[in-house]
Structure formats: C-alpha cells, structure tokens
Design a protein around this ligand. Structure first.
Ligand code: ZN
Length: 88
C-alpha cells in the first residue's frame, strides 16, 4: 500500500520491505530501493509506479469521487489517457 508521510514523500509497503519514495516536482522521483539505484535512470521502479498510480487515483477521487474505478475498462482507458497527456 501507499501512504503519504509528508508532502511529496510516500511510504510504499506490501513487498519484502517498505520503501520511501520522494516526489520532486519537475525533477522526477527517487526511491531508496536497489532497483531504483541500478535502473532508476532508465525506468521507474515498482514503488514509484505505485506512488504515481496512488496520486492519479487521489486526483481523480477529488474530481469525481464516485465515478471511477481503475479495475474497469473505462478506468483503464482514463489511465491510458492520463499517461498519454503526461508524456506530451
Ligand atoms: Zn523502489
């Protein structure tokens, strides 16, 4: 699970051990796991991905608390669209 410990800092648990992800606006994200140390420049580790998904869900909950579920096709389509917008 993902929980915010302070603004921009998230604790991601559920794996072998919890990790801390720090979101730096305009500068990407940082994680304290080994995967991020080795491959963070090429791709986000699963903890950072989990935090991004958590943020996206929270953002959408504020916009529309009832009408969105990531497990549905509509929710997946929305995720795809948000991902596309982010890369533009
Ligand atoms: Zn990580």
């Amino acid at each position: 699970m993902v929980e915010a410990t302070k603004p921009g800092v998230y604790r991601v648990s559920g794996g072998a051990e919890p990790h801390v992800v720090e979101i730096m606006p305009g500068a990407g994200a940082r994680c304290d796991c080994g995967d991020h140390q080795y491959r963070g420049r090429q791709r986000d580790c699963k903890h950072i991905v989990a935090v991004h998904e958590h943020q996206m869900r929270e953002t959408h909950m504020i916009l529309d608390p009832t009408g969105w579920d990531a497990e549905t096709p509509a929710g997946q389509a929305l995720l795809d669209r948000l991902g596309l917008d982010e890369t533009l």
